[in-house]
Design a protein around this ligand. Sequence first.
Ligand code: KG4
Ligand code: ZN
Length: 329
Amino acid sequence: MILSIESSCDDSSIALTRISDLKLIYHKKISQNEHQKYGGVVPELAARLHTSALIDIFEEVNLYFNDIKGVAITNSPGLSPSLLTGVSLAKAISLGLRVPLIEVNHLIGHIYSLFIEKEEIMPLGILLVSGGHTLVLEISKYNKFNIISSTLDDSFGESFDKVGKMLDLAYPAGEIIERLAKNGEDKFKFSIPLINSNSNNFSFSGLKNQVRLEIQDLKEKGILKDEINNICASFQSVAITHLINKLKRILKNHKFKHFGVVGGASANLALRDELENLGLNLLSPKMEFCSDNAAMIGRVGVVKYKNKDFINHKDLKIIPNLGYKKLVF
Ligand code: KG4
Ligand code: ZN
């Protein structure tokens, strides 16, 4: 089995994946709710919480020690203190058990969330929508891909979190906004970002500012409470339309036999519906594997193990903010 660890942000997770048939033997994730009161993840606090949560989970897998053939760890991108915690633990386990160490890029992990307990399908077009990234890319192998488009400013998920903060919703706000939007209407008709631009890239900060001004206005009029659902519906509708518009542009020049949506925000059903309408052969992860988890890291771990793609303990470093252009393996 591959033991995998994910601790790049605020989720502490460990999984065991059987190499022979990809079966997920064990998977546990502890999400840190302690950040809610700060309206965002506090890196130092996240690392402190990982140190105890990861050990609590790790103690549950000690029955399987003899079956572990490799340790897969997320080393990039992410919050530096969070990554350090997981990487240090992974090095210690791999040294202790005398099994190879495997570094896994978190974004490639999200892509492989499509293939947990399944054979992989490649090549593949991908829309990755998370709290940290909004990317369209083409991937043909776990270490061979081409970035087609990215965001110029905020990510899709981040824009939900920022609007949530303006509305005093809990963090992360994506799921809450999706729920509130169901009871609202696209009443405010915010303008769609970059609608007349020739670029394939995304931008969410202008939309965020439009929403901020509207919220300010509604607050001054004392009617914000009555309009929260409509704000959520109007914001979500434009954010999704923007993604879909740019994807339509991209699809004119790129034909994908298969297309997957991944990342925390791929849990959004309104987004999935719109993607289905594009006539794509759409793959999406199971709901439980959309947000950060160690099962997806373990799935990459199995591929890299089979390719003997290991890394020395000394050479494994964290690369917190490598930027999508310099994905390292
Ligand atoms: O992939 P993920 O768990 O962490 C990162 O790697 O960033 O993604 C978390 C992001 C958060 O911004 C969260 O608000 C967003 O995914 N998210 C959603 C939904 N569920 C989670 N955004 C929109 N709609 C959702 N249903
Ligand atoms: Zn993620």
